[in-house]
Write a protein that binds this ligand. Structure first.
Ligand code: ZN
Length: 174
């Protein structure tokens, strides 16, 4: 089932999300909805707060090459446990901030620990686009958006654009 994605600014995107303590079938269903919503958007990552759920759950799939098998990942309580000194710059976007892209510098490599859909603990080192994406999504769980890395003036400009976009969308719906 597709879930509506919240658009910035929204107080629910600024909240610290709660850890998942009980991995229920309901939450597994939410993860599956989130993957469906992400692929449909289309996007390469989605965090639970973006659908209005304040839980530490993210989904991602950064496989981009044509013909390469998809790799849908659902992570509960993901945590960066190590990051490289080396950084990389990617032009980031966000499904909660449509049509806005900006360069963000982050560690080039991160080691992440998370619980998977079976409740099993996983640990993996991510590089390249995967590293950027997983950090971007984990930020969402801490109420942080990629525009928070930009200069205040740029951030304010983007926020004003989003306020306008939300107003237009609300009008279209009315
Ligand atoms: Zn995002």
């Amino acid at each position: 089932m597709l879930r509506p994605i919240l658009i910035h600014p929204d107080p629910r995107l600024k909240k610290l999300a709660d850890p998942v303590t009980d991995l229920s079938d309901d939450l597994r269903a939410v993860a599956s909805d989130m993957l469906e919503t992400m692929y449909d958007a289309p996007g390469i990552g989605l965090a639970a707060p973006q659908i209005g759920l304040s839980k530490r759950l993210i989904v991602l799939d950064c496989v981009k090459a044509e013909g390469e098998a998809p790799r849908p990942l659902a992570m509960f309580n993901p945590e960066v446990i190590a990051s490289s000194d080396e950084t990389s710059v990617y032009e980031e976007g966000c499904l909660s901030i449509p049509e806005i892209y900006a360069e963000v510098t982050r560690p080039a490599e991160v080691e992440v620990r998370w619980m998977d859909l079976d409740g099993k603990e996983n640990q993996e080192v991510f590089t390249g686009l995967w590293a950027t994406c997983v950090q971007h999504e984990i930020d969402h769980l801490d109420g942080k958006l990629f525009i928070d890395y930009l200069k205040p003036l740029k951030r304010q400009m983007i926020t004003r654009k989003m306020v306008k976009l939300k107003r237009e969308r609300a009008r279209e719906k009315a």
